[in-house]
Design a protein around this ligand. Sequence first.
Ligand code: ZN
Length: 494
Amino acid sequence: MKKLNFEMKVVIKGFLERLSQQTKAIFSKMGLWRSKNLLAISWKSPKFLIGTMTFVLVISGATIYYSGTASAAYIVVNGQKIGLVESVDKGQQIVDDILTERGQAIGKAAKTSDVIAYETVRVKKIELLDVSKTDNELHSVLSSYIDGYALEVAGTQVAILPTQADVQTLLKKYQDYYTKPSDNNKVLSVEFSEPTATKPVEAQPDQVKVLDQALKELIEGKITTTEYTAQENDSWWLIARKHDMKTKEVLAGNPGMTEDSKIQTGQKIKIVTVSPYLTVMSKGILTSTETIAYDTVTTTDTELDSGKTVVKEPGSEGTKVVTYSYLQKNGQDVSKQVDEEKVIKQPVTQVVSKGPELTAVALASVSRGSKSSTGIAWPLRGPINSPFGSRWGSVHTGIDIGGSTGTPFSAAAAGKVISAGWSGGYGNMILIDHGNGVQTRYGHSSKLLVSVGQKVTQGQRIGLVGSTGNSTGSHLHFEVILNGSTVNPLNYLR
Ligand SMILES: [Zn+2]
């Protein structure tokens, strides 16, 4: 009431000031103010004057009142007057604007459960100059919510979205993120390990997420931070082990720390773990085109310098289409098996020629200075009945050169006979040492023409072909031995 009285006084004071000015104006228009007749009239005709003045007073009073005041409305929220606005419509507009603005980020207007009423009044115009105050006040007073839809995973609310369709899309996109269906990846079945549900909720506007944001957070997983108090002799590795984590995962939760950072007993260590909110189990068939590596066969070519290689026939990779069936958990294979493998293109084996090994160089030097040739010469001309290498589950340590019994064979290179006589499966055998770690052996001989300690030259007759010892027919078994190991004679013969 006090305020009202004060306002009334202000109004009356203002009214009287304006009245005297307006009266002056009216009187001056009538020419009375300046006229000497004024006094005569006023004194001679008081009734006229009073009537005129009353008339002027009523008209100008009303004019002044209506030109100085305006209709307005108070916004009343839950029974509490918040402030003035120009009109009820304007007030409703402000409320609508606030609610729209609050839901703008998610594309859905917010609602309020506040009781909003309007009280129409007439106020001085000056009071309406500062309606932004009402706007601000309303922003802080007005409560609001969004009609949203919550995604629940195993009974726990995980995300709130504007619409039910958004929740369904979120679940679909989350599945697609892990299953990545495509022409090459037929997803046969997909399901969540946890039960999911969609429920309508009234949520604070900032709790509601747009689809992309909700998907991002769902994929990031649930981040849980706990605190661990370091024990005596703890190390980053040990702390990680205690929490079933990797050392770098523990360090990631403690910025500024490295593996070398010292840990004090009693120090608080943050344990930040990430676990998925939702698990996607998927089964499918994956078809992938894969390359088949080619093999490389290397043959020794004594024409080449030692260590030098030449590609004789370039190899090329093959192609195959492999079909797998798999079971995945959030995109990671739980099991995967090959159903089918179809070769589209066979690989082509690469053939490489390689210069002789260093030991072979030593071999070549055996007969250096010999007039006839260098290296190792054929001890006998004839077909190779059995090559060097694997044979019937064991290794054939030389080559078998076919020849009829009694045909002479010769020393492959110059050297000294270090063994000549019967030697188990070799039958009658000759072993010649050529120096530099190189030896040659001759087996199954029917007759020996040299004896131990004898020096021989390349091409010198040393025995006759036979079938003695472990032999199935008449032939010469010939070995080349480098530093105690048999090698393929064909790589050294010339
Ligand atoms: Zn043999």
